[in-house]
Design a protein around this ligand. Sequence first.
Ligand SMILES: *Cc1c(COP(=O)(O)O)cnc(C)c1O
Length: 412
Amino acid sequence: MLRYSRADLYSEDVPLADIAARVGTPAFVYSSRAILNNYCAYHEAFAELPHTVCYAVKANSSLAVLRLLADAGAGFDIVSGGELFRVLKAGGNPNKVVFSGVGKTAAEVEYALESGIHSFNCESESELALINAMAARRGTTAGFAIRVNPDVDPSTHPYISTGLSEHKFGIPIADAIAVYERSRDLGNLSAEGVSCHIGSQILDPTPILEAVDKVVALAGSLRNAGFPIRHLDLGGGLGVAYRPGEEAPGIREFIQGLRTRLGASGLCIMVEPGRSIVGQAGVLLTRVLYRKKNGDKEFVVVDAAMNDLIRPSLYRAHHEIIPLRRRNLPRITADVVGPICETGDFLARDREIDNVLPGDFLAVCTTGAYGFVLSSNYNSRPRAAEVLVEGDRSRIIRNRESYEDLIRGETI
Ligand SMILES: *Cc1c(COP(=O)(O)O)cnc(C)c1O
């Protein structure tokens, strides 16, 4: 949805320079069409197979984004009570919510039960016991799936890899049957499904398919043992292309690959995509403040920093950086850095980019996922504004924070 028309960069039918001028920078801009296209790619590829696409809220939890997906019929994968609050505020259907995470608190479990979520993805036996006790106190039955750890290597960055036995997530798949068996003694639980999620930014889907085969086999054994098991939750993790020429799996092809393995299972299939729905739908707009040279090294200092987008600093992630208005000048090689007082504050290092001047605007691409949600107020920097584009219209969906916002809730 990002394209140049003559020299100007557009999101859908809106020139991004207009948004930068009107809203200021830094600002995240999301294309609603891109988000909906990606959601529909999942939904339509499942075709007649019973399914729910549970968008992983942690990738981008802005209310307007959640509303867009709720209206399209999405379910939601949440990892905290705060995310549940957001989903409900945005009009999401609690009956399509699954709750993942290794550290659910009693208060969060209570809130989820009270809201009537579909199912808990449980990651330990103590968590099962807690959910059972809280459901008993309310006189209800809680649906659960055990998140199994299939011990496959997703070949991604170590911080976002989750499916190996050394990781904190899930219950080893070899122990799962015994845990389901012991859950029979917990009278307020219903074994609704089996879940897994092996990692994020996965560019080769083979390990996901390997995990799926293991989980399908487990679900079959559980059904034979008399457990209800109505759904399989296969998690998220499909990667997106961050670099030019990088190949990411197509959503439709990936789901078609799943369908051939799952068609006969008779189970409702759930997936929990985050990045592959919103990643490429977003850009971070920033303004060039200064150009400077230290020795041979060239720096472009911009007004967005690691507090706005931490992925380059945290994961050494690559984001393309392109001008909102192209000039025909020789390109330069520079570090693109923010104003934060840390050497780790950079958006790109030794990068060949357009020859930009102070006052020019740049777009940091593919920042719709794990962008704003990971932002902070470090260095007492107000957090960025967010804008949603719909066709030839754009609207602010989150105001830029003010200095007053920075000290809200504090006392001296
Ligand atoms: C983070 C996460 C997801 C989403 O991962 P993406 O890589 O953004 O698709 C899905 N499920 C669980 C349990 C997660 O922790």
